[in-house]
Design a protein around this ligand. Structure first.
Ligand code: CP
Ligand code: NVA
Length: 311
């Protein structure tokens, strides 16, 4: 498997390997030597980013390479050069390409034309680097993934999708509660249900937040309005998603030892109360820190051709 575009391309063994590698890099950041010495990794970000941009840049640096940030206005793409031509040219200089953009088809086109690994750093549809980090964080906290229920509440967007796919692939019990009209895409539901069936975890898709958090070890949410969602949708989303806010009352319905997780950035007192995200049960900043070893693991695994993939 050359690229990391979405979680559903990974096998369960690939995911286990990535978590093992990330765990190793957390202990010993320099253990992979200078795999990327004298090489660059272009990082194309068409959307804002704090964590992904910096953790990926740090991961490239830890592997001995040089990250090169390129904004959408800095390449010839805006002047009509095709994604395919851009990918072919970049491949002559770069060891890998990191891309955050809107359409998944653009990232797929880039990956097909690129001779080097392409890493999806968030699209409208997926956020695989985040989901790998999230499982690393849960494993670190509870010591295991199997036997734990992860409850995701809120908008069924990119973060929800990658998280539910990864959690099911890892054999976790997955519960997703979204308002009508905000459910994850059918492909994500089918993948998660199939993995849950074969992997031993359960899968619940509901509109009832209380049903999702019952017996949950992890309660997870994301912003209600994602990058690329029209600003005009804000009021409608706030109204629809209000019952899915993660607050003290809802946390009280999960397991006694349940933790709260959020990919960040967070909007306090929208999708989560300040008391929950800043409280003792929140792993949100542990997740943010774990983005670095997770990014290092993904780069290492792709550069050394360690991932088998499904196709
Ligand atoms: N969680 C996450 O991807 O954050 P950034 O948008 O800041 O990269
Ligand atoms: N769903 C959010 C995640 C940000 C990390 C977005 O796409 O804006």
């Amino acid at each position: 498997m050359k690229d990391l575009l979405r979680i559903a391309d990974l096998t369960a063994d690939d995911l286990t390997l990535l978590l093992e590698l990330a765990d190793g890099f957390e202990e010993e950041p320099g253990s992979a030597g200078h795999l990327l010495a004298h090489q660059i990794v272009p990082m194309y970000f068409a959307k804002p980013s704090t964590r992904t941009r910096l953790s990926t840049a740090a991961a490239v640096a830890r592997l001995g390479g040089t990250p090169v940030p390129v904004g959408p206005g800095e390449l010839q793409l805006r002047r009509g050069e095709t994604i395919g031509d851009t990918a072919r040219v970049m491949s002559s200089y770069a060891a890998a390409i990191v891309i955050r953009t809107f359409a998944d088809t653009d990232v797929a086109d880039l990956a097909v034309a690129a001779a080097v690994p392409v890493i999806n750093a968030l699209t409208d549809g997926h956020h695989p680097l985040q989901a790998i980090t999230d499982l690393l964080t849960i494993q670190e906290h509870f010591g295991t993934l199997r036997g734990h229920r992860i409850a995701y509440l809120g908008d069924g967007g990119n973060v929800a999708r990658s998280l539910m796919e990864a959690a099911a692939l890892a054999g976790m019990d997955v519960a997703v509660a979204t308002p009508p009209g905000y459910a994850p895409p059918d492909a994500a539901i089918t993948f998660t249900a199939t993995e849950a069936d074969s992997g031993g975890g359960g899968f619940v898709l509901t509109t009832d937040p209380a049903e999702a958090v019952k017996d949950a070890s992890v309660v997870y949410t994301d912003v209600w309005l994602s990058m690329g969602d029209p600003d005009g949708e804000q009021a409608r989303r706030r109204k629809a998603l209000a019952p899915y806010q993660v607050n003290e009352r809802l946390m009280g319905q999960a397991r006694d030892d349940a933790v709260f997780m959020h990919c960040l950035p967070a909007h306090r007192d929208e999708e989560v109360t300040a008391g929950v995200i800043d409280g003792g049960r929140s792993l949100a900043f542990r997740q943010a820190a774990n983005r670095l070893p997770a990014a290092q693991a993904v780069l290492y695994a792709l550069l050394t051709e360690r991932l088998k993939g499904r196709r």
